[in-house]
Design a protein around this ligand. Structure first.
Ligand SMILES: Nc1ncnc2c1ncn2[C@@H]1O[C@H](COP(=O)(O)OP(=O)(O)OP(=O)(O)O)[C@@H](O)[C@H]1O
Ligand SMILES: [Mg+2]
Length: 414
């Protein structure tokens, strides 16, 4: 059985719509990709709805033309500084006289984990059960059918600001697409580039995009920490604009053509100078390549520092033997992996979406991790939402949250 699923990665620099079907062997068969320059977003958040709608529409139409599929609904990525996450534990007593744990007990346990105070201007995006504890026995992934007196559940709860969420939903809906579900971007990227073994052992997913760097920490197969940092490749380009006094397009070109996250001194006989445009029309200037890369390195170091601080803040520093998987467009900056390895003293690799078929060539690269991941998310979770109906998004809408989380429950249970 195959199913067609659509993902829309509404990024700060690009919008990428992917139409795919997932085959029985688990490979994602890409039927169409619609890529366009993003408009109306800043650091992952919609700041101009009309511009965002126009860009999303273009991307959706392109993907429709290429795939021949009429897009009605899609899984949509969400990011931005407004996102925050917390871990919460729920506890219930087992209700049946014979003390056998049922799906209803699990549902009540997750509900009780959710009973943490969420401020009124925030909304729950995900409630992810991670592991269960039965009578003090930890790390149980499926408690249904077990016997016990007391069931506890560890959950990871992701929330965002109501207005930022609403503006994203509005932009997608006005582009003519209904939302199957919103998915935190690093969770989507993780679906595309992490193996189950990475997640079991302990790994940090770092998606360095244009406007944001998204971080997610997985241990024992579950998500323990997620955060969106408001820093990305656009900052690298802007630094070049300000320091070298070059127009933005030129700065982006210089970064892509000559950039490196680690600057090296020119060796003798090495042609270190680059002839490039300045802000004065028709005037050229000479720029030293090592100087260019010193500027980039300074910002990359700040970014890696922030990621390191986030890993320490999570408290899981010592539990991540699989190290760091970098993805997103800016992970392609040469030596970004090397700099990260040096600074954080952890194994580092670049994550590329795998197990693809169809138009795989166009999306098997780090910038498409979120798009491919959204499709994968849609397939694994979407099958669990057979009616496709998700969320009426109103702050603290318990019914909607409950329905969503029932979907989650089914995912975690046989
Ligand atoms: N080869 C490369 N070297 C360096 N930077 C690159 C390269 N290719 C792309 N980038 C940078 O990657 C960034 C875009 O990455 P990506 O497509 O992942 O962002 P996005 O998803 O649109 O943004 P975000 O996820 O932050 O909202 C841009 O800043 C771009 O300059
Ligand atoms: Mg992105």
């Amino acid at each position: 059985m195959s199913r067609t699923v659509v993902g829309i990665d509404v990024g700060t620099t690009k919008i990428c719509t992917m139409v795919a079907e997932v085959r029985d062997d688990g490979r994602v068969n890409i039927l169409g990709v619609g890529l366009t320059t993003s408009k109306g977003l800043d650091k992952g958040v919609v700041v101009n709805i009309d511009d965002a709608v126009a860009a999303i529409s273009t991307s959706v139409e392109k993907a429709e033309r290429l795939s021949g599929y009429r897009i009605g609904t899609a899984y949509v990525g969400i990011a931005g500084r407004h996102i925050s996450s917390l871990n919460s534990r729920g506890v219930v007593a087992i209700s049946r006289a014979d003390h056998e744990i049922t799906l209803d007990d699990v549902t009540r346990a997750v509900e009780s984990a959710q009973a943490v105070a969420i401020p009124t201007q925030r909304e729950v995006i995900h409630v992810i059960p991670r592991a269960y504890i039965v009578d003090g026995h930890e790390n149980i992934r499926d408690p249904v059918g077990m016997s016990g007196y007391r069931l506890e559940v560890e959950t990871h709860i992701v929330t965002g600001e109501v207005m930022a969420i609403q503006n994203l939903i509005k932009s997608v809906e006005r582009a003519g697409v209904q939302i199957d579900d919103l998915v935190l971007q690093p969770l989507a990227s993780a679906e595309a580039v992490l193996s189950p073994e990475d997640k079991d052992r302990g790994v940090v997913l770092v998606d360095i995009g244009g406007g944001t760097t998204d971080v997610a920490i997985f241990i024992q197969g579950g998500i323990w920490h997620s955060v969106v940092l408001p820093l990305g490749g656009n900052h690298l380009t802007n630094d070049l604009v300000y320091v070298l006094h070059t127009p933005h397009n030129t700065a982006e070109y210089l970064k892509l053509r000559y950039g490196s996250a680690i600057a090296t001194e020119p060796t003798e006989g090495d042609d270190d100078m680059i002839d490039t445009e300045s802000f004065s029309p028709g005037e050229h200037q000479q720029i030293s390549r090592s100087h260019l890369n010193q500027i980039l390195q300074a910002r990359c170091e700040q970014l890696v520092d922030l990621v390191g601080a986030e890993i320490r803040r999570s408290g899981y520093e010592g539990l991540l033997p699989a190290g760091i998987v970098l993805t997103g467009g800016s992970s392609q900056l040469p030596r970004m992996d090397e700099l990260t390895r040096q600074m954080l003293d952890m194994p580092v690799r670049i994550g590329v979406p795998t197990q693809l078929a169809g138009l795989a060539d166009s999306v098997d690269a780090p910038p498409y991790a979120t798009g491919v991941g959204l499709v994968r998310w849609g397939v694994t979770r979407g099958l669990l939402h057979p009616n496709g109906a998700v969320t009426v998004r109103e702050g603290g809408n318990w019914r909607a949250i409950y329905d969503r989380f029932k979907g989650w429950m089914r995912e975690f249970l046989p």
